[in-house]
Design a binder for this molecule. Sequence first.
Ligand SMILES: Nc1ncnc2c1ncn2[C@@H]1O[C@H](COP(=O)(O)OP(=O)(O)O)[C@@H](O)[C@H]1O
Ligand SMILES: [Mg+2]
Length: 264
Amino acid sequence: MPLNIRTYHELTEADQSGLPEQIGAQRRRVADRLATVRRVVAVLSGKGGVGKSFVTAGVARALARTGRAVGVLDADFNGPTAPQLLDLPVARCTVRDNAIEPVVSSEGIRCFSMAMLLEEGQPLAFRGPEAEGHVWRGTLEAAALREFLADVAWGSLDELLVDLPPGVQRFTELIELLPVSPAVLAVTIPTPESRDAVRRALRAAVERGAHVLGVVENMVGGGFSGTAGDELAAEFGIPVLARIPWHPAPDTWDELVRNMGGAS
Ligand SMILES: Nc1ncnc2c1ncn2[C@@H]1O[C@H](COP(=O)(O)OP(=O)(O)O)[C@@H](O)[C@H]1O
Ligand SMILES: [Mg+2]
């Protein structure tokens, strides 16, 4: 059955007037849906292209190898990459009993991504007033996050990894929706530019009460110079959980997962 998201494509005037009630109902559904998820881990960085999605996929695989039940929510609606990184079949998701069923990889990782709602190669298109396109986009992306969290039936999970887009906007929307603050995994590359962007994102996360597990320094040992990982760790009093080289071997991820600790 093709998925038909109710408020996603268009928020009419009438819908908007009932929005606070809708959001309240969705938050309750989110809490119900996530009652069987032991820990939500938000993969955050202020910057694009540093490897959030790459790290999310590596962590998901390593978790699955240890036998833990793991899900990945690809919350980068404009640049969804999780299905490709997890080698998922090109599948459209299905809806059963009013819930979206995640697509399951051969390694047992459950994934939901906007890519599963889009025709291959089609960019996400938002309808709305031309002049205020960016406002509509933000509003509708926030609505999409609410609906996905309310509607995806993850089942019992030890860890739900949320692969975020660059910036902190989606993270702040996420933390407002969740019944319990997510744990945060910060991803940086070694450069000072990345350090500064990740610092801003981490400050926003800490201000909102998120528990930061630590920082992952990615793309280490080739091309990028700097010590962003150590500097962020010192500033925030958090550990460097891993330094990931280009094309890391599986044991790099296994070590990262050990350092992340388990869901409590
Ligand atoms: N350690 C790494 N080794 C090899 N390729 C990597 C590594 N980290 C990231 N990449 C690649 O770099 C690109 C950007 O990473 P991505 O995870 O998409 O970044 P982000 O999600 O932060 O925007 C992708 O093509 C990804 O596969
Ligand atoms: Mg990404």
